[in-house]
Design a binder for this molecule. Structure first.
Ligand code: C2E
Ligand code: CA
Ligand code: CA
Length: 754
């Protein structure tokens, strides 16, 4: 037998190539070694029996003697199977039949020489033995020194053996005598049927020794090959299991013990050169050790490869998971749009890259679907989600837009500076066409880059401030202004009201004309504040501040008080006039409005018809349940409500009609320019029609000229309020106005003349 170190220069080029390919992993080899030994790599549960095949007469590797199957391969298979938790069952036969059985799956495993050709049909484990081939002949035969000399000679080989396959692939093939096993090949030479036999020397030498046949080896050994377990191609799990078990056998010393047991048979029994046994015995031990080391290395290499595969699969999975995680962190799940931190990050990148010169001014536009809460309360969450999704779809259709969703119906767009109101119109119309059922009201606020700041965080804050102001001032959209920031004056105002005992608050009254009768039937009380230090502070300045700070209640209570007092005074002079008081959302929800009104009525001996309430759409929608309860309670007392600024809010008339409401005040932004703006005129007209359908009284406010007054009358509007009738008047002037117009019916045509 000839043993060689598997990775020496003389080894199989194929194995050497694999070895080279594996070398780069050597650095991590020892690190992974610990991991590999620490945990089982392969969790395969083998079947109870594994069918091993082999040659009937192939000693010392496998053979049958007195019905006993024995041999190094057989013992090794048993040891390896046991280590792997299974049992080896052997079936020996002729070699060609054994090969066929393995190929067809009637056998699981057959030990054999590794060859590239064979690896196309079977899966090989690591080699556990190295051995070579030799030429055998009668001592009288013509001497040959290599297989090249066998051309035109008759050569016995075992059918389907490694040698057979080597000859088949060779350019010059000798005349082959095929036999069913090694013994028959030797016999063929002995009987003169073949001149030579080319056989695996390990088995041939053993057989010659057993049979005492005087055949001799010719030339040096050649075709040194690894001997390994070949597994049926369809059973990769078995191959892996076997590989691992063999590795374990090598690692735990079982293989070594077995090798020692078979050493005398595995080592050469004779050689043509007399010095060889002596030489070899010395080196055999060394080479066996090398074999052991090589096998150990091979086993670990395979495991490292396997573990590397596992680790790269785990790495790839981790990368996917990280990507998903990044997506979940950066993008909103419902809309798929960026979340705020990622949006800011992208914007800052852009600003950083486009610092100077600024070629294109940019805009952060924050848009809020203002009626989303109402939609949730009225139609449910699913409907609100559909509205958000539909709106997202339209945002995504905008060119050159980076969009983010900040939650609760608020979106942020990064766009070229543009006319936001025009953009709103486009979005509204697109929504109305594609999703008429999901239409929603929206307001916005913008901040411009670089005008309002050079960092995304700052611009975002400014855009949000502008949005908040739009809501507060009931405007559809506003661009940021420094004046929007809370000023020292604002804080001053709030602290004055917090301290209480506010000086200089007084009411003014603005008459309302009944267009049907031409009489002044009602008025609106409006607050005025003349502060000793701050001067005359407009209600548009301090009212929103007080509303926000939850301090409006004292103003409301004072105005209710004044309204009842003046209405009672007028009624007593036979000038009946219902005075309407502006009520903030906070008053409806937080304060006890009914008590405040009742107390005022008691104080001045008023009757419920002396006052009415004006509430904005937004305050109605802020807490519909509570508002409905308060309004019902008040209407049971005989106190009625109007919806102020109708058209600027986000509620539909049909939604508002669910509340006990008697009047609609059409906002002055529609009325003021309705003659010059057909769109506004048609809004006014259709509101009047719809209100009438619902049995509501309509009041047009902000009527500034007599022509508008005429047309409103023609359009069927019930009541008008505005400078054309009277400006808001201090108490004395108002009472005088009422007295002066008490007797006469307003002839509306007089305004035409005037
Ligand atoms: P508002 O309730 O819509 O009040 C009507 C506003 O329109 C008043 O402004 C009034 O002076 C003005 N106005 C009346 N006729 C005309 C007209 O023909 N043309 C124009 N351009 N304007 C007209 P004012 O008094 O400055 O009040 C502004 C806002 O302040 C009010 O709007 C209301 O929202 C709030 N406000 C005023 N008084 C009170 C109050 O006592 N309580 C509460 N909560 N809010 C009040
Ligand atoms: Ca009002
Ligand atoms: Ca109003």
């Amino acid at each position: 037998m000839y043993l060689s170190y598997p990775f020496s220069a003389g080894s199989d080029p194929c194995l050497r190539a694999r070895n080279n390919a594996g070398r780069y992993r050597c650095a991590c080899f020892f690190v992974l070694l610990c991991l590999l030994l620490a945990r089982p790599v392969y969790a395969y549960e083998p079947p109870a029996h594994i069918l091993f095949g082999g040659d009937l007469a192939y000693p010392p590797l496998e053979w049958m003697e007195q019905n006993q199957i024995m041999g190094f391969n057989v013992d090794l298979a048993r040891v390896v199977a046991r280590i792997g938790g299974s049992k080896a069952v052997h079936r020996l036969g002729s070699w060609p039949e054994t090969m066929r059985a393995l190929e067809e799956g009637r056998l699981d495993v057959v030990p054999m020489y590794y060859s590239q050709e064979r690896s196309r049909h079977f899966i090989f484990t690591q080699p556990y033995l190295y051995s070579s081939h030799a030429i055998y002949a009668l001592p009288t035969a013509a001497r040959v020194s290599s297989i090249r000399d066998l051309v035109n000679k008759t050569v016995a080989v075992e059918e389907q053996s490694f040698a057979h396959q080597q000859f088949q692939g060779a350019a010059l093939e000798p005349d082959l005598v095929l036999t069913a096993n090694t013994l028959l090949a030797l016999e063929a030479v002995l009987q003169g049927k073949a001149h030579y036999a080319v056989l695996a020397s390990l088995a041939a030498d053993n057989l010659l020794r057993q049979q005492h046949w005087e055949l001799t080896r010719m030339g040096p050994p050649f075709w040194s090959r690894g001997y390994a377990f070949a597994v049926n191609k369809n059973q990769p799990e078995v191959a892996q299991w076997l590989e691992d078990s063999l590795g374990m056998a090598i690692a735990n010393g079982s293989y070594q013990a077995l090798y020692q047991k078979w050493q005398s048979d595995l080592e050469p029994v004779r050689a043509d050169n007399r010095w060889l046994p002596f030489f070899f015995t010395g080196f055999a031990v060394l080479l066996a050790a090398l074999l052991f080391g090589a096998s150990w290395y091979w086993s670990l290499k395979r495991r490292v490869e396997q573990r590397t595969r596992e680790l790269s699969a785990a790495l790839a999975q981790r990368e996917i998971a990280e990507q998903e995680l990044r997506r979940a962190i950066n993008f909103d799940a419902q809309t798929g749009l960026a979340k705020l931190p990622y949006f800011i990050e992208q914007l800052d990148d852009y600003f950083h890259a486009n610092q100077r010169p600024v070629k294109q001014e940019k805009e952060i536009l924050v848009i809020k679907l203002v009626d989303l809460d109402v939609i949730v309360r009225t139609f449910g969450f699913t409907r609100a989600e559909m509205v958000v999704s539909a709106f997202t779809t339209h945002l995504l259709k905008l060119d050159n837009t980076l969009a983010a969703y900040l939650g609760r119906g608020v979106f942020a767009l990064f766009i070229n500076k543009c006319n936001a109101l025009e953009l709103f119109e486009r979005l509204s119309s697109a929504m109305a066409v594609s999703d008429p059922g999901l239409n929603s009201q929206f307001v916005g606020g913008s901040a411009y880059w670089p005008e309002h700041g050079r960092s995304a965080g700052k611009l975002m804050r400014h855009a949000e401030t502008a949005l908040a102001m739009s809501e507060l001032r009931r405007r559809r959209w506003l661009a940021y202004e420094a004046a929007m920031e809370p000023s020292r004056v604002d804080l001053d105002i709030i602290s004055i009201f917090i301290d209480g005992n506010v000086q200089g608050i007084y009411p003014v009254f603005q008459p309302q004309l009944d267009l049907r009768t031409g009489k002044i039937v009602s008025a609106e009380v409006l607050v005025r504040w003349q502060h000793p230090r701050l001067g005359l502070v407009p209600p548009n300045v301090f009212i929103p501040l007080l509303e926000n700070a939850g301090l409006i209640e004292q103003v409301t209570a004072q105005m209710i008080d004044e309204a009842v007092r003046v209405a009672v005074l007028l009624r007593k002079r036979d000038l009946p006039c219902c005075i309407s008081v502006n009520i903030a959302a906070y008053d409806l929800i937080e304060s006890n409005l009914a008590d405040i009104i009742s107390q005022a009525l008691v104080r001045y001996q008023g009757v419920p018809g002396d006052i009415k309430l004006e509430l904005t759409e937004t305050s109605v929608a802020s807490d519909p349940q509570r508002v409905k309860k308060v309004l019902t309670q008040l209407s049971e007392l005989g106190i009625y409500a109007s919806v102020d600024d109708f058209g600027t809010g986000y509620s539909s008339l049909s939604y508002l009609s669910l509340f006990p409401i008697r009047e609609l005040k059409i906002d002055r932004s529609f009325v003021g320019d309705m003659l010059g703006n057909p769109r506004n005129h048609s809004i006014v007209r259709s509101t009047i029609l719809m209100a009438r359908e619902l049995g509501l009284v309509t009041i047009a406010e902000g009527v500034e000229d007599d022509q508008t007054l005429q047309i409103l009358k023609k359009d069927g509007c019930d009541i008008a309020q505005g400078y054309v009738i009277a400006r808001p008047l201090p108490e004395a002037e108002f009472i005088e106005f009422m007295r002066a117009h008490a007797a006469e019916v307003f002839d509306i045509s007089q305004f035409m003349k005037g």
